[in-house]
Write a protein that binds this ligand. Structure first.
Ligand code: STR
Length: 423
């Protein structure tokens, strides 16, 4: 059957099988949707704005498929794309067609595209930038206090004043993106991810971002600086240098992934602790480690809800179902974090007192596993204890039901998180 939604959202009509879990672009019931996905089985049929795909909803299956070379990132392996049924009119195409980079390429070429970035983000290398992250955190804690003092009711938005600028400054420093550009980047990414943005506008802003990043890469080509963008431009000894397109692609992927996901990690951890005051007390008493808070937040309230997309280059047999050649496969990280087979019957409960290590898969698995995982952990390890040390009476300024999500399908994004700093 043809989904009526398809015509509206996509401009084309694609046949979506009946019974597919429809992913709500307005994110009105994320937990209900996650439960429906889980109930639909390890490989759930889903519909993304009129476009059918399969979603992996189990930890064990994701572990297997994320190392299967028959699933690739190459968009040309997607039947719906090759047949012209999915086009640039589809609002989610920018999540897949993001330029040549470590995010979109597999195999030996992927290793070539990724190696310098992963070397720059090892725990040892990250120790060098810890003092910078601590300084950004201290400055933003001051900004929180100032904003709260200026507002009549003492309410301040923890997202826009703290959780959002912190990772943007960190990734900006790493990649060499001037702080003056951060507001421009944040507002463009907000529009990019929002399903309320008309597609022509989204395509235009992506083109503008390309112009911006290309100019930055050309500037660093002429005048190398001490940042990862400059390092990506230079060839390794004897190695093939990355092309300008590849450097731009990696830079885009780093800035987008490096800020957007960590905002979610920090905010979701604060929210989980404030809604579980007994657990917060045990954390502040030193009974539960911040590390466990961070890992449990990553599992229970994943920054990435769905990761788009991989394509089957052959039929892939999975138990009693087949992923047909040419089909699109989404990794549904939120459902995977709530997998009872992996995390037990209480997988839907936030419990940072769970025995460590909490074996979640929120950073992915296999060759594309998040190269920024250690960086995001360092950021959260610095930001969370510092926030609660400075404002031990921190509390939410609105009832938890009133904390709203942005209309973003792939990311778990709060619109804002209003808090009171001093109880
Ligand atoms: C956004 C648009 C763009 O210019 C480049 C990329 C590539 C990396 C993507 C990013 C995207 C969207 C958010 C992603 C990120 C990699 C990790 C991050 C998918 C498409 C996650 O949410 C896990």
């Amino acid at each position: 059957m043809t989904c009526p939604h398809a015509a509206a959202a996509n401009g084309t009509t694609v046949a979506v099988p009946t019974g597919a879990v429809v992913i709500d672009p307005l994110v009105q019931d994320l937990d209900g949707e996650t439960a429906r996905l889980r109930d639909a089985g390890p490989l759930a049929r889903i519909e993304l704005l009129g476009v059918p795909a399969l979603a992996v909803t189990r930890h064990a299956l994701a572990r297997q498929l994320l190392v299967d070379p028959r699933l690739v990132k190459d968009l040309d392996a997607w039947d719906l794309w090759r047949r012209g049924e999915v086009t640039h009119e589809w609002p989610l195409i920018g999540m897949i067609d993001a330029g040549r980079s470590m995010f979109t390429v597999d195999g030996a070429e992927h290793r070539r595209l990724r190696s310098k970035t992963s070397q720059a983000l090892t725990p040892r290398r990250l120790e060098e930038i810890r003092p910078d992250i601590e300084r950004f955190t201290a400055e933003l804690l001051d900004a929180l206090a100032e904003q709260a003092a200026r507002s009549e009711d003492g309410v301040v938005d923890l997202k826009s004043v703290f959780a959002q600028p912190l990772p943007m400054r960190v990734v900006g420093m790493l990649m060499g993106v001037d702080e003056a550009e951060h507001p421009m980047l944040l507002s463009r990414y907000k529009a990019f991810f929002s399903m309320l943005t008309p597609q022509e506008e989204r395509l235009a802003l992506l083109a503008e971002l390309d112009v911006f990043y290309t100019a930055l890469v050309r500037e660093r080509t002429a005048h190398p600086a001490d940042d990862l963008t400059s390092a990506l431009i230079l060839a390794d000894e004897g190695g093939e240098p990355l092309t300008e397109e590849e450097v731009v692609g990696n830079l885009k992927a780093m800035v987008a992934a490096g800020h957007e996901t960590t905002i979610g990690l920090v905010l979701n951890a604060v929210r989980a602790l404030l809604t579980h005051p007994d657990q917060l007390r045990r954390v502040l008493d030193g009974e539960i480690s911040w590390e466990n808070v961070i890992e449990e937040t990553l599992r229970w309230d994943t920054p990435t809800t769905h990761l788009l997309m991989r394509f089957a280059t052959e039929d892939i047999q999975v138990g009693d179902v087949t992923i047909p050649r040419g089909e699109g496969v989404v990794i549904s990280y939120r459902a995977i974090g709530r997998d009872t087979e992996q995390h037990g019957a209480d997988a839907d409960a936030f419990d940072c007192g769970r025995p460590a290590p909490i074996r979640h898969m929120t950073f992915g698995h296999g060759p594309h596993i998040c190269p920024g995982a250690a960086l995001s952990r360092v950021e959260a390890q610095i930001a969370l204890p510092a926030l609660f040390a400075r404002f031990p009476k921190l509390r939410a300024a609105v009832p938890d039901e009133d904390v709203t999500k942005l209309p973003v399908m792939t990311q778990n994004d709060m619109a804002a998180f209003p808090v009171l700093l001093n109880g």
